[in-house]
Design a protein around this ligand. Structure first.
Ligand code: ATP
Length: 329
């Protein structure tokens, strides 16, 4: 088990993390999600042992992970940390970068593993190309293969797919997370992309205001977001008073409604005037304004012209489900 116990951290005098406690099981895949600047990278660096802690500790099984003050080479040997800087050797080839840490005493295994990893990142045809001549997305793929080649017990990934185009991203995500599960590698991924999270991680920790403000299985967090902040990590969402949704309800309690959960009617529901309509491919994302000037995001299957009046409805099933959780902002 990886334990992050009572960790607080400040850069100079700026508090970044306060009293963080996480327990991650061996082989588990977890995501740390939150808005830019909330401290995701800092937390990964702390877990890896790149920072000296004034308060709290990191433990893998019973072994403490110590910071640079205690290690000549910072970073725990059983872990690998893929930073946003990739950390590649630019003047050698893709193959050489990947195989750099494999044993030359087993040349057949070295060749097979390098080939397997090249296939996984879909870069076999770039094997002999120097890394300095690759695009940013290609370098990120090589960096992923390079950390995997080292077979860490724990892998820490910081925004691992940020430079990779959508065309490749989906298959690469599937390949990487399948490989990690098959090889029993514990993985902590820092991201703000819910598509990295929902299909692939066992648990999610949401960081906000220096703390873990929510945690749980990804689909539980998605279906029952405790706040607009959590919901917004999964897509456009609204926080709405129940008496606005159902005029007969005598409560101002707010619930979260995702943009896709609204149904549009021409006759009854919340009267809303279309302000802007964004083409998103399979649907249109519409920004509308209610009679009391509240802004609402909703989906429409067809393009809606500005100033058109529509009526929005939310199913009782969704309202009842959300009533189980409280919207706090
Ligand atoms: N070396 C540093 N010195 C001082 N402040 C820093 C340093 N590195 C990061 N910070 C600050 O710490 C806060 C957290 O940064 P961090 O990079 O951990 O956030 P993040 O959630 O990973 O952001 P992003 O999603 O944009 O990568 C930010 O306010 C950042 O400006």
């Amino acid at each position: 088990m990886l334990r992050i116990e009572n960790v607080s951290f400040t850069y100079d005098k700026d508090a970044i993390l306060e009293d963080i406690n996480l327990r991650i099981q061996r082989r588990e895949h977890v995501a740390i999600i939150g808005e830019s600047g909330c401290g995701k990278s800092t937390l990964l660096k702390i877990i890896y042992g790149l920072m000296d802690l004034e308060q709290g500790g990191i433990f893998w099984e019973d072994e403490a992970v110590l910071g640079p003050a205690f290690n000549l080479v910072p970073g725990a040997s059983f872990m690998k940390y893929l930073s946003q800087d990739f950390d590649l050797m630019p003047f050698i080839t893709v193959s050489e970068n990947i195989s750099q840490y494999l044993s030359v005493f087993y040349p057949k295994e070295l060749e097979e593993r390098t080939h397997e990893l090249l296939e996984m990142i879909e870069m076999t045809e770039f094997a002999d190309k120097k890394v300095k001549n690759l695009s940013g997305g290609q370098q990120q793929r090589v960096a992923l293969a390079r950390v995997l080649a080292q077979k860490p017990e724990v892998l820490l990934l910081d925004e691992p797919f940020s430079h990779i185009d959508n065309f490749l991203k989906n298959s690469l995500r599937r390949n990487i997370f399948k490989y990690l599960k098959e090889n029993g590698i514990t993985c902590v991924v820092a991201t703000h992309d819910y598509e990295d999270v929902l299909p692939f991680t066992d648990r999610v920790f949401v960081l906000k205001d220096k703390k873990v403000m929510a945690k749980g299985k990804p689909m539980d967090l998605y279906k029952n977001p405790k706040s607009l902040y959590v919901a917004s990590l999964f897509g456009e969402a609204n926080s709405i008073s129940i008496d606005v949704l159902k005029s007969y309800a005598n409560t101002k309690r707010k619930i979260i409604v995702y943009a896709h959960e609204f149904r549009i009617s021409e006759t009854s529901g919340i009267p809303t005037v279309v302000k802007t309509c964004y083409a998103m491919g399979p649907f249109y994302l519409v920004l509308g304004e209610t009679e009391d000037e509240a802004k609402l995001f909703f989906h429409s299957p067809v393009k809606l012209e500005p100033e058109k009046k529509v009526y929005l409805n939310v199913s009782l099933e969704t309202i009842n489900q959300r009533l189980q959780t409280t919207a706090s902002d």
